[in-house]
Design a protein around this ligand. Structure first.
Ligand SMILES: NC(=O)C1=CN([C@@H]2O[C@H](COP(=O)(O)OP(=O)(O)OC[C@H]3O[C@@H](n4cnc5c(N)ncnc54)[C@H](O)[C@@H]3O)[C@@H](O)[C@H]2O)[C@@H](O)CC1
Ligand SMILES: [K+]
Length: 528
């Protein structure tokens, strides 16, 4: 599914209004009805089929987000609920569809209160009595920080016991970036319209939005398919379309041969985890090249793989080039980096790999740290295969000569610009991993949880991407498959363990189940 900023969403709405001829007031009504449906579903989930008499507070700003809120308020009044509306601007400031919805709301005979800084005790009482709070203060038109008196109010909302539902985006979250200055409404659920916004996935947005529901508000799907929108969010439907088909009579030679160059003393585990993940992702044959000292350990740790002891004792260096080149003959993909250590003598080998091996290549961990010392080697273009770089923010910072804070403040744009510059797929890891393609597209990954923030999970990801490449998947799609299924495996583990305490090895072992769930969801047409 595509994901947009405020301006892109506004253009889609404008086209729907102009070309399709749907009146903006109808879009607002549909938006409100989607929110009402979710509120009813929430009550139904608690066994309340008729919400009559139950209490709701609606927080209304003067823009169109507030207009949506007023339409919600009207419908809740018509359902017989006890509705209290707070306006954050005086009624005369409302314009257009929002002003019309204010009149329609007033037409029900229900009342509103204008919030001012000095009457907080009244609003606090209502907030404490509410079962549902509808947040329609700001939507996609919001930038910067909440005004002080609204911020104080929002802090009370966040302390109230009520179930909070945000209209389009939690007030205080910027739709284009997910930035939150100070605070924002913390919602249990957000109903967004048309397409999801970047701020639902980036920055602090995911911490505030709760569950995200996307409603098309009756805009036809073709309006969402604009080629000009190059950012996507990974969904079951999209990612399952990237899965390679397996022939019933397929044999190991047809399921790809992957080469993994990894490990050093004290870090044999990185090679083992990446190897295990490659096997759990279905690679037909796996060969691991590791330094001599640890190769018996790796051999034992990944019994299904063939392990080739590198010529060097502890850290792979210059002499390993011949072995790598040899092994790459007849292989379909190569991954270099997990637990490799940073022997400067390996840098010329990396350079040769980049210049003269034409297999799809994953560079991770210490391979990236070595490249960071000489980023120019990424520029050499002759005869290379497609490349995937999988930096975490620290590695990205070193590669780009930035601070980690600078990387984190600008994850999406940075990943895209570097993917274009390096002509490589960049997988910038973190909460909401970004997969950026050399053609400028980007894919945001919503799967996964904080439990994945533990040693070894990056090695698992590298092994998994290697295996998808070896099975012939296009590099950008291989990166998306790797990232999405890796996150899903973490989510399956979180069902048992919560958000900590499961290990990278368990993530690797959970990969097939996560993939199978994806296949089933893809077949059922579920997800979107
Ligand atoms: N355009 C359309 O056709 C539709 C829009 N819809 C709703 O309209 C919303 C967008 O409406 P608007 O563009 O009116 O924007 P908002 O309703 O988000 O409000 C923007 C208002 O807040 C002000 N503002 C922005 N940042 C501020 C800050 N830091 N401090 C104080 N004031 C600030 C702006 O100057 C503007 O007056 C969407 O989020 C959605 O809820 C829906 O009704 C569906 C249809
Ligand atoms: K909102």
């Amino acid at each position: 599914m595509r994901v947009v900023n405020s301006e892109q969403m506004r253009q889609i709405e404008e086209r729907a209004i102009q070309d399709y001829g749907i009146p903006s007031l109808l879009l607002m009504e549909n938006a409100a009805l989607a929110v009402v449906r979710e509120i009813r579903a929430h009550f139904a989930g608690m066994g309340v089929l008729d919400p009559k008499g139950h209490k709701a507070v609606i927080l209304v700003g003067k823009g169109n987000n507030g207009g949506d809120g007023l339409a919600v308020a009207r419908h809740l009044v018509l359902l017989g609920m006890g509705v209290t509306v707070f306006l954050f601007s005086p009624p005369e400031d409302f314009r257009g569809d929002a002003a019309l919805n204010l009149r329609l709301y007033q037409g029900t005979g229900a009342k509103f209160f204008v919030v001012r800084g000095d009457r907080q005790h009244l609003t606090r009482l209502a907030l404490n009595q509410a079962e549902v709070i509808v947040d329609a203060i700001y939507g996609t038109g919001f930038r910067g920080a909440l005004p002080t008196f609204i911020r104080e109010y929002v802090e009370q909302v966040n302390q109230a016991a009520a179930w909070v539902i945000s209209v389009d985006i939690p007030s205080g979250v910027e739709a284009g970036s997910g930035n939150v200055s100070g605070t924002a409404v913390r919602a249990e659920e957000t109903v967004t319209f048309g397409l999801p916004k970047l701020g639902h996935y980036l920055g602090e947005g995911p911490d505030f939005r709760g569950e995200l529901v996307v409603d098309p508000i009756s805009i036809p799907e073709t309006y969402f398919e604009s080629e000009a929108i190059a950012n996507f969010v990974l969904t079951d439907r999209l990612v399952s379309s990237f899965l390679p088909r397996r022939l019933r009579q397929g044999h190991k030679g047809q399921h790809g041969r992957g080469i993994l160059v990894a490990g050093s003393p004290g870090m044999s585990g990185a090679a083992i985890l990446a190897g295990r993940a490659a096997l759990r992702t279905g690679v037909g044959l796996l060969q691991i090249i590791a330094p001599r000292q640890i190769s018996p350990l790796v051999d034992e740790g990944v019994v299904e793989a063939t392990v080739w002891a590198g010529p060097e004792e502890e850290y792979l260096g210059l002499d390993s080039w011949t072995r790598i080149r040899e092994r790459c003959q007849g292989a379909q993909a190569l991954a270099v980096g997990p637990g490799l250590g940073q022997n400067p003598e390996f840098l010329p080998v990396l350079e040769k790999v980049l210049q003269s091996i034409s297999l799809p290549l994953v560079l991770d961990a210490d391979a990236l740290n070595l490249v960071a010392a000489a980023p120019d080697i990424l520029a050499g273009r002759q005869g290379h295969g497609s490349r995937i770089l999988t930096p975490h923010p620290g590695e990205m910072a070193r590669l780009c000569r930035l601070t980690v804070a600078e990387v984190q403040a600008n994850r999406l744009e940075l990943a895209i610009s570097k993917a274009v510059e390096w002509e490589a797929t960049v997988v910038l890891k973190g909460a909401t991993t970004v997969v950026a393609a050399p053609d400028g597209r980007a894919f945001l990954n919503p799967s996964g949880n904080p439990g994945l923030g533990a040693g070894g999970t990056g090695d698992v990801l590298t092994g998994s991407i290697l295996a998808w490449l070896a099975q012939g998947v296009d590099p950008v799609e291989a990166a998306c498959l790797g990232v999405y299924i890796h996150g899903k495996a973490g989510d399956l583990l979180a069902q048992t363990y919560g958000f900590s305490g499961y290990t990278a090895g368990e993530v690797a072992d959970m990969l097939p189940r996560a993939r199978r769930a994806l296949e089933e969801s893809g077949r059922g047409g579920g997800g979107n």
